[in-house]
Design a protein around this ligand. Structure first.
Ligand SMILES: Cc1cc2nc3c(=O)[nH]c(=O)nc-3n(C[C@H](O)[C@H](O)[C@H](O)COP(=O)(O)OP(=O)(O)OC[C@H]3O[C@@H](n4cnc5c(N)ncnc54)[C@H](O)[C@@H]3O)c2cc1C
Length: 353
């Protein structure tokens, strides 16, 4: 273990929201350390290659840096370039490939006033081993993309099974099973079909939800009606083998669907176990942390939460558009908090991700 260092603010997660928090801190004379278990904006790095955002560029901007893109909406590549540009321009201190393993506030929890004072001890893991950092304020902006909702079936960890869709070209001429029925699964199925894969979509729901993007829904429905993409609704995954996905169909039959590649696109959830280890109280059913909605401070004094994790398992309620104001609530004064809340209120929620 290397020597212990001290930070006034440690921000965990160099996603859009963690970076926005870092800018809010910087504007108030605090030079925070940002750490990320992966690269800068690691979640966006894992989006499908070439993906276009549903959000217009100005709503992804942080720290008043303009995001310029070629089309009406930015692509994954333009957004990656943008956020790493902000890190460089603002000289943000970001340590990539550094994971927060645990944090502890001596004396335990207590919101403001209760059990206050004292530093928060954080245990980190880097490529070279473990180290410790003490900080005054710990901001968790860890998102959810690290933790896919697992199917819990045999074969899920086989090498041809992935919970992330990357790109379609490699699947040309192959049998691919896509599990899921929301936007990510529908988008992947269509791309794979257009790249020449033989696609079967397996979904436990009886039909697509209304929340599937309005331009994708007729496309997927027409491809299924034309027999170009196979679909298995109301189906449950029984197991995955090296050759097949075994499903129980809606009428109770077993079916083996050939699969050279399987994309299980069944959503994600925040790492509530990490939050519990830190002492944050979590509601069993909703996954919501106990926090002050105005300041985003949790029940552990000095530990804050920002971004998509603030709404527990309802991961689509906070996205980049509205989560980017969270740093103002954490590092700002009353006026800044009110302004952030007003900007947040103007964001229209997108339909399901
Ligand atoms: C395919 C897709 C398309 C989307 N399109 C849009 C869109 O158009 N507009 C929009 O507003 N939103 C969109 N979203 C949602 C958006 O990506 C998320 O809301 C956003 O990334 C949340 O930001 P965040 O900073 O809270 O979390 P993230 O971006 O997930 O960042 C969290 C970071 O924390 C790091 N981390 C996690 N655990 C640890 C740890 N223990 N130690 C250190 N680091 C850790 C991760 O590596 C990650 O880099 C989309 C999501 C997906 C999946």
């Amino acid at each position: 273990m290397s020597q212990q260092t001290f930070e006034r603010a440690l921000i965990v997660g160099a996603g859009p929201i963690g970076l926005a928090c870092a800018l809010s801190a910087k504007r108030r004379g605090i030079d925070p350390l940002v750490i990320d278990a992966g690269a800068i904006t690691n979640s966006i790095l894992r989006y499908p290659i070439g993906m276009t955002f549903f959000t217009t560029p100005e709503r992804l901007e942080i720290g008043s840096h303009p995001l310029v893109c070629a089309g009406q909406k930015p692509t994954r590549e333009e957004v990656l370039k943008y956020y790493r540009g902000v890190v460089r321009t603002e000289a943000l201190r970001v340590r990539t490939y550094t994971r927060l393993l645990a944090a502890e506030r001596p004396g335990g929890g207590g919101g403001e006033g209760e059990g206050g004072g004292g530093l928060i001890g954080c245990r980190l893991r880097t490529r070279l081993g473990e180290e410790e950092i003490e900080c005054e304020r710990l901001v968790l902006a860890t998102g959810y993309f690290d933790h896919p909702n697992l199917l819990g079936v045999e074969g899920e960890s086989l090498p041809h099974v992935s919970h992330y869709f990357d790109e379609a070209h490699a699947s040309a001429g192959r049998d691919v099973v896509v599990i899921g029925g929301k936007n990510s699964a529908v988008e992947a199925a269509l791309e794979l079909f257009r790249a020449g894969a033989r696609v079967t979509l397996v979904y436990r729901g009886g039909e697509f939800r209304r929340s599937v993007k309005y331009w994708l829904k007729p496309d997927i429905e027409n491809r299924i009606a034309a027999g170009e993409i196979s679909a298995c609704f109301g189906a449950e995954i029984v197991r995955i083998t090296v050759q097949n996905v075994v499903v129980r169909t809606a009428d109770g039959h077993r079916q083996e669907i050939p699969a050279d590649r399987v994309y299980a696109l069944t959503g994600f959830r925040p790492d509530v176990e990490l939050f519990r280890r830190i002492g944050v109280e979590i509601d069993e059913d909703t996954g919501q942390s106990k926090l002050d909605r105005e300041t985003l401070e949790t029940n552990v004094a000095g530990v804050f939460m920002a971004g998509s994790i603030t709404t527990g398992y309802a991961i689509s309620d906070i996205f980049i558009e509205n989560g980017r104001f969270d740093g103002e609530k954490i590092f700002g004064d009353e006026t800044a908090r009110r302004a952030a809340a007003a900007r947040y209120a103007r964001v229209v929620r997108p339909k399901d991700e």
